[in-house]
Design a protein around this ligand. Sequence first.
Ligand code: CTP
Length: 448
Amino acid sequence: MKKVITYGTFDLFHEGHYNLLKRAKDLGEYLIVGVTTEQFDEYRGKVNVIDSLMERIERVRQTGFADEIIVEDHLGQKLDDVQKLGIDIFTVGSDWVGAFDYLKDYCEVIYLDRTKDVSSTMLREKNQKIIKIGIIGSGRIAGRFMPEAKNVSAINIEAVYNPRIESAKKFGKKFDLDVYTDNWDFFLSKIDAVYIASPHNAHYEYIKQALTADKHVLCEKPMILNKTYAEEVFALAKEKNLVLMEAIKTAYAPGFIKLLNIAKMRSIGKIYDVEACFTRLASGNIRELKPEENGGSFTELASAPLLAVIKLLGKDYDGLRFESFTDKNGVDIYTKAYFKYKDSLATVKVGLGVKSEGQLIISGSNGYIIVDAPWWKTQGFEVRYEDTNKNEKFFVKYLGDGLRYEINEFAAMINKNDDKNRYKLTAGESIAIAEIMERFLTWRRKSE
Ligand code: CTP
């Protein structure tokens, strides 16, 4: 019996998929179809798959061509499957010509002509209402957003706004945007959602104005430096049924989500301590070091470490105190925040003027997790035990600058318009971070 195998995502099942499976079946007597998991697709950089794994499997099953359906969830699996399942022919569409020639040592490899003018990508774009995004601010982070946004097919960057028209124009020209403006109403008329990348002090007003104008909001971190304001804007978003999301990119990174899941499985036992460090040296006459712009190590860098603490230990700490070294302007160039929970501790260590190892350590009663620097990308971590034979290492891909994960989440939340995905960073968690920022700034002012 001639065994044939083929693989694919089979998202939004279409005629091209049908034709391929039909011809694949005709190549032999028994057809095995491998369908990719969400995680594997994400790993391969396909972050916008719409149908669930079960839906995609079901569509393949309904064609009646597959004698067996398997799940493809890791790199290198194809070679393993071909040997293990005794495959005679491996086949995929002609878009892959050459890519699987390495299997020729084990079976016949056939690239079948691709059906013209149809693909999941085309259908996704056709079915989806593309979300038109406008960028507020045109600084460094806005520049990083542009290439990352290209990886998310559900959105399109339409416009940039800056009250300083020259900056808006420069940015617009650089990134080939038709609309660059200092006219707020004109800007809003062009878009469905905003990405706020302005200096922190302007965030609150922009968020309020954008929500009031019925626009969804993705706002750079720290979103707001005040608890009451944070509560107010989240309440407004809820009332208007709009998405408001804080752009702490770590929260949406696949590696960080995996890390949280593993930490919460409690293989390291009860978590007693979380230590998170983030430093980035900065100097000169820059916003990050200006007290009037709420610059300083804590406001600039603590969002991701605070996210780790709150995700792992919760929002209900009993005590919080700070220690800082400040420069001549009263801006903290190094800060440590000490959290005391009922039965655990946490430290956040940040520096614009002190360099240290950017690592995260989660200590528990059975073992600890150490995340390699820079931990906020969470590409690799190790779970370590007293008995070192039990140690386990994990690696998770982090593509590009990582902003694509938060942009994708933002688009998914808008398109689905439900609460399903909001666990990655909840409104309550963002408000808790705003409150900590506020407490820090109050303490810093008092200790001047
Ligand atoms: N395929 C095909 N003709 C098409 C589209 C896909 O023959 N018009 C084949 C692919 O070559 C592959 C299989 O169908 O062997 C599954 O492809 P998949 O990547 O799931 O589909 P695409 O439509 O190419 O998806 P995307 O646009 O997300 O890349």
